[in-house]
Design a protein around this ligand. Structure first.
Ligand code: UD1
Length: 421
């Protein structure tokens, strides 16, 4: 298993390009299941999670070709509507095949994702929604088995805001008979990006980006081309890395538009952040002070502060001036990075879903272990400011969600090397 060794204490400066969004690309790849015609995608990030999704689709009969950041998919010979445990357990987003499979193929067998490091993460809302569209759904031997003739439009109210749940049901509803209304829908920009792709495939969707999405089902969808939106969490992670090192960085191919909550907090911490936009170019420039002010955050569904940026903000608060309160309201077990940050000398107290982070003058390099994707990113950020060397072990999590993170950070002046363990 690879690890990263980070020599701390270097200020980040320069320009780096942000990749396409993992969490938009994953559902959009699954949208290919809804049509017999080719779906051609650009700006698809080169990540392990994307490879896993392509493997999953391939074993269902979907042909895919990849050329750099371009992926073409052809689901004309869909023949095996099964998502096996071996693939689903490595990536929970595999559940996104469920809706499209039932809608187009009339059946699906998808392994239950099970728990993951950050919490239980059930899929009851995905199941409930499909049932209200007329699917028969049962759970046997760890698999969700769903079957339907043509789905029918329904009014669906999800008990909580769920991102992949909204995406699964929106995809299924595209081929249903009649109108589906999803209430309490997730408003995340990735839901909007998926909706835009579906609309270019012939779907009739309105309200994506609000908590009420209407989908009028059509007989069939056709092929399309779509460019995946920029990764707002990668953007936020690099903003934090620049911020904590007192850096001056321009991130290209991304915009502040998806990141208001994060940008606001970084400005509160003392950073100067501006969006730059011309017809052919979009970028964000951040200039950070020598030392950040502590900033408190509370995670909640979009447009509030994203849970996927919580760990990175804990990292920057460890060396800020003052005390920050961090409240995690989405996942019940998402503070595992705190004990690793403590190994670097951070002063963090956890009480239930609240962490109190008292800024210290310096962190000291040590060996730490990555426990999940965003936790890993927080350890890299801490390593950038810690004295001496920080070794981040088990970085396969990072490779699931960040494209060449050490190369991109090094291009900004960091000194990070990858070692084979
Ligand atoms: C997505 C993102 C993930 C992000 C999360 C929250 C992708 C591929 N992943 O995950 O990076 O951290 O949104 O922004 O887009 N829940 C249920 N029952 C359900 C569905 C969800 O109880 O049927 C609960 C979950 O356990 C969690 C909360 O609802 O507590 C939100 O989860 P959800 O939005 O579904 O997360 P994901 O879509 O899995």
């Amino acid at each position: 298993m690879d690890r990263l060794v980070i020599a701390g204490g270097r200020r980040l400066e320069g320009e780096v390009a942000v990749s396409g969004a993992k969490n938009a690309a994953l559902p959009i790849l699954c949208a290919a299941l809804l049509t017999r015609e080719p779906l051609i995608l650009s700006n698809v990030p080169r990540l392990n999670d994307i490879c896993t999704m392509l493997r999953l689709l391939e074993q269902m009969g979907v042909k895919s070709e990849r050329d750099g950041h371009r992926v073409s998919l052809d689901a004309s010979d869909l023949n095996n509507p099964v998502a096996p445990y071996e693939l689903v357990k490595t990536m929970r987003a595999s559940v996104l095949v469920l809706g499209p499979l039932v809608a187009r193929h009339g059946e699906a067998q998808v392994s239950l994702p099970g728990g993951c490091a950050i919490g239980a993460r059930p899929v009851d809302q995905h199941i409930k929604g499909l049932q209200s569209m007329g699917a028969e759904v049962g759970v046997d031997h760890g698999y969700v088995n769903a079957r339907a003739g043509r789905l029918r439009g329904a009014r669906i109210f999800t008990d909580m805001v769920t991102v992949t749940g909204t995406e699964n049901l929106m995809m299924a509803a595209c081929l249903a008979d009649g109108e589906t209304v999803i209430e309490n829908a997730a408003r995340e920009p990735e839901v909007v990006d998926l909706a835009q792709c579906l609309v270019s495939m012939g779907a009739q969707i309105s309200g994506a980006g609000t908590d009420l999405i209407r989908i009028r089902g059509v007989e069939r969808l056709h092929g399309a081309e779509h460019r995946v939106m920029p990764d707002r969490i990668e953007t936020g992670t690099f903003l934090c890395a620049a911020a904590v090192t007192g850096g001056d960085v321009r991130l290209t191919g991304t915009s502040t538009g998806y990141l208001d909550a994060v940008v606001d907090k970084l400005m509160d911490a003392g950073c100067d952040i501006v969006g730059e936009k011309t017809p052919s170019f979009e970028a964000i420039r951040i200039r950070a002070p020598h030392r950040l002010q502590a900033v408190s955050i509370r995670t909640a569904p979009y447009p509030a502060f994203p849970t996927d940026m919580q760990a990175q903000f804990m990292a920057i608060n460890t060396v800020a001036e003052g005390t920050a309160i961090i409240r995690e309201t989405i996942f019940e077990n998402r503070f595992m990075h705190a004990v690793e940050l403590q190994r670097l000398g951070a002063d963090i107290r956890i009480d239930g879903n609240t962490a109190v982070v008292k800024g210290v003058d310096r962190l000291q390099g040590a060996t730490v272990m990555a426990t999940d994707l965003r936790a890993s990113a927080s350890l890299v950020i801490a390593g950038l400011v810690a004295d001496g060397e920080t070794t981040v072990d088990r970085i396969y999590h990072l490779d699931r969600g960040y494209e060449r993170i050490e190369e991109k950070m090094n291009a900004l002046g960091a000194r990070i090397r990858r070692e084979k363990a």
